[in-house]
Design a protein around this ligand. Structure first.
Ligand SMILES: *[C@@H]1O[C@H](CO)[C@@H](O)[C@H](O)[C@H]1NC(C)=O
Ligand SMILES: *[C@@H]1O[C@H](CO)[C@@H](O)[C@H](O)[C@H]1NC(C)=O
Ligand SMILES: *[C@@H]1O[C@H](CO)[C@@H](O)[C@H](O)[C@H]1NC(C)=O
Ligand SMILES: *[C@@H]1O[C@H](CO)[C@@H](O)[C@H](O)[C@H]1NC(C)=O
Length: 455
């Protein structure tokens, strides 16, 4: 305690000596320049009666297909549970990203993202579920407590979004997301396919595929991989591996018993212990010396002027991740949605990608559950080559694909792949959607060609 006194004095003196430059409106450019504004933003109702609503920002494609009504539409969902998709928008894959400005009164500034996912696709960010980001939960009780509830709200929001513009109706829709969205993305995809079967074509949602980045999808399989992964990556020794395996086994046992809340706590214990053992700045990327600087987004979105421009009431307080949502979904964390992915891979197409340096929801953790998929194509997928993937001549990672399932490992990236590898992540999403390059479909080999010239 004593040692803080001189520090306080020092700070006080330095404040006295420091004369901040006068703040003038003309000198500081707007935080959200005109050209950075979304094409549309605001609220999508989730029911005709409730005040609860999902906040969205939409960026039309910079270079749409010659026919806008054929330009794919990507929808991004952040993880958490309870984190705002504005992280994705302003820190990862949106057309403008936050950055530090040096030596200015204004600390954050927006910069163009050359790897934005809206180069040739429309890009919609949804603050999901209600209660997250700028989305409105009329009461805490309305926040969903399971994936069925999440999907129901998302379906309503997407239906109302598509209703905003006649061109949206025919556009292929891809749900994408990261981390805990490894639950949301399969859940909304599954919900749409089941719902479409009961709806007339005019009311169906035009789902074309789903994408999960560094996802949590089959948690009890995934939680069991940390010790081995950390051990063979050289972060922990045999003794620590045993200790961590005991904790993992507890998380799995509680999951098997359906003791959901205790199972979530056990998973958190595994991650805290791994964090403690490794001493890393963040498990999201073992290379990082400091955690991801997502607080810059909070700084941006706390400005009343920025809220006004986005169509948000100035009285709304932006939080990066909502504790209320996290609490509502506490018992959902360890519940698997693997069966939903198994359904989606049959009826649609699926891309799973992971940044290579993520120790939370990385490559090993994903491959562990993919191998266990109940799908007639899984053996062929496991037999497929893992191809070297290059972007502009440089090594970007590895891609394995069979039929409707693709798996990409992104090198030089942690949990937030688009933040770390903007251009490569853009190449990945574009090539996967358009089925080009390493994501091209194998030509079905015509056996008769083998005999040409022989007879
Ligand atoms: C544009 O639309 C056409 C027709 O659907 C399609 O074949 C083509 O791949 C699309 N191109 C892009 C860049 O989306
Ligand atoms: C759930 O797990 C906790 C922690 O092990 C335990 O105290 C509790 O009794 C369990 N509840 C049930 C219903 O098994
Ligand atoms: C790990 O936990 C122990 C016991 O709580 C603590 O003393 C130590 O400082 C922690 N290490 C790190 C790197 O957080
Ligand atoms: C903004 O929210 C405040 C507090 O809930 C409310 O009184 C006010 O009417 C709202 N303003 C608008 C423009 O909706």
């Amino acid at each position: 305690m004593e040692s803080t006194l001189p520090m306080t004095l020092l700070l006080f003196v330095s404040l006295l000596l420091h004369h901040p430059p006068p703040i003038s409106a003309a000198a500081s450019p707007p935080l959200l320049p005109e050209e950075s504004l979304p094409t549309k933003s605001g609220y999508l109702p989730i029911s005709p009666t409730a005040k609860s609503a999902i906040f969205y920002t939409f960026y039309e494609a910079q270079q749409p297909n010659s026919s806008l009504s054929k330009t794919p539409l990507l929808i991004w969902l952040q993880g958490g549970p309870g984190c705002s998709s504005m992280l994705g928008n302003f820190y990862e894959l949106g057309p403008w990203r936050v950055s530090h400005r040096q030596g200015n009164v204004q600390r954050v500034v927006l910069e163009r993202n050359s790897g934005s996912w809206n180069r040739i696709f429309g890009l919609l960010f949804l603050d999901n579920p209600i209660g997250a980001g700028f989305s409105i939960a009329e009461t805490p009780e309305e926040i969903p407590r399971d994936q069925q509830g999440v999907a129901k709200h998302l379906f309503a929001a997407v239906t109302s979004f598509v209703g905003l513009d006649p061109s949206f109706k025919t556009r292929p829709i891809y749900f994408t997301g990261e981390s805990y969205a490894g639950k949301y993305v399969p859940a909304i995809g599954y919900y749409i396919l089941k719902k479409n079967a009961q709806l007339p074509p005019s009311k169906q949602v035009n789902l074309a595929g789903v994408v999960i980045g560094n996802g949590l999808t089959d948690p009890s399989t995934q939680v069991a991989t940390h010790a081995l992964n950390a051990y063979y990556s050289g972060f922990i020794n045999d003794k620590q591996r045993n200790q961590l395996e005991k904790l993992q086994n507890e998380a799995v046992a509680r999951t098997e018993k359906g003791n959901w809340s205790a199972a979530t706590d056990a998973r958190n214990e595994v991650l805290h212990t791994l964090q403690n053992m490794t001493g890393l700045a963040t498990l999201y990327d073992f290379r990082r010396l400091i955690p991801y600087e997502t607080d810059m987004v909070t700084e941006l979105l706390s400005h009343p002027g920025v809220k006004r421009l986005l169509g948000v009431n100035e009285s709304m307080v932006y939080e990066e991740c909502s504790d209320a949502v996290s609490a509502a979904l506490h018992e959902d964390v360890m519940k698997s949605v693997k069966y939903m992915v198994e359904f989606l891979v049959k009826e649609s197409k699926v891309l799973l990608y992971q940044g290579h340096c993520d120790l939370r929801d990385g490559v090993v953790s994903t491959v562990a559950w993919v191998k266990k998929m109940e799908w007639e194509g899984i053996d062929k997928f496991m037999e497929a080559d893992r191809k070297v993937w290059r972007v502009n001549g440089g090594l970007a990672g590895y891609v394995q694909k069979w039929g409707s399932l693709s798996h990409a490992v992104v090198l030089g990236a942690g949990h937030l792949v688009p933040t770390d590898q903007a251009v490569n992540s853009q190449a990945m999403i574009e090539d996967w959607v358009l089925e080009r390059g390493v994501f091209a479909n194998e030509q079905i080999k015509d056996a008769s060609l083998d005999f040409q010239g022989v007879i």
